[in-house]
Write a protein that binds this ligand. Sequence first.
Ligand code: A3P
Length: 293
Amino acid sequence: METPPRPELFDFHGVSMTKYFTDNWDNVKNFKAKADDIVIATYPKSGTTWVCYLLDRLYFGKTHPEKETSLPLYIRVPFLELCIPGHPKGKDLADELTITPRLIKTHLPVQLVPETFWEHNCRVIYVARNPKDVAVSHFHFCRMNSIHPAPGDWDGFLQRFMDGNMAYGPWHEHVDGWWEKKQTYPKLHYIFYEDLTENLGQEIDKLCSFLDLSPSAEEKESIISAVKFDRMKDNKVTNFTNAPLMNLKLSPFMRNGKVGDWKSHFTVAQSEQCDEHYKQKIRNPALQFRTEV
Ligand code: A3P
C-alpha cells in the first residue's frame, strides 16, 4: 500500500485540520450512533490506544481471549474520521462492527463531534495528558506517520504545537472544551494519562463504575497485566506492527509510555515558556495537569 503524501493544514470550521481527517466529513457527520456506543475521545498522543485496549479487554476479554484474536485494535476500535485513500474509512469500519458495545475512537474537538452521539446519550470517555509529554510523543509520531505534516526540528515543532498549528488545533482548546462539556453532560468520564500511570487499578474501578461493569478480581488483574506498556509493546494487536501508514523503524508507536519524558527534549527555557503559555491559555482553573508523578 502506498504511503500517503504529507498533508497541508487548513481551517476547518475554526479548527486546524488536514484532509485525512475531513475528507469523509458528510458521512462522519451523518454517522448513526447506537445508544450503547462508547466513544473514546482524545487529543492525539494522549493515551488513546491504551484506553481503547483497556475497554476492549473489559468488554471482550472473556469472550475473545487475546490469543484467539489477531485483529488489530485499529480495526476493532475504528478511528471515526480517518479517511486515507486506499484504506478502509473509519466511519465504514464503525458501521461494519457487529459487537456490542461498539467502541469508537475520535480525536475531534468536542464542538465537531457528530450530534448523533449526544442525541443517543452515548457514553464518552475522554483521555487527557499533560501538554509537554503530548508534544514530545506527537513529535516522534509525526516523524513516522505521514498522515500528519512533517514535524521539522523539535524547536519548530514545539512552537507550532503551542500555537495550535497542527491537526485538531490547539491542545488547550481541546482539553478545555471537553472539560466544559463534562459539566453539563453526565455521561462523560474524564481521565488523565498521569492517573492511569500512577494507579491503574483505581482508575479501572472508576471506569467500571461509570460503565456499570463489575469484573471479578481475577479479571481485573488479568486486564491490568494485559494493558501494561511492555505487554502492549509486544502485542501485535496493539503495537501497530504492519500498520500500513506507520514507519516503525523511524519511531515505534509504543515508544516510551512514561510521564516526564519531556525532560529529555525540553530546554529549561522551553519548559518555562510552555508552563507560562498554558497557565494563560487554560480557561478552567479546576483543570490541572501533572507533568510528573
Ligand atoms: P509516548 O510516545 O510518550 O511513548 P495515543 O494512543 O493517543 O496515540 O498515545 C500514544 C502514547 O501512549 C505513546 O506515548 C504510547 O507509548 C503511550 N502508551 C500506549 N500504551 C501505553 C501503556 N500501556 N502504558 C503507558 N503508555 C502507553
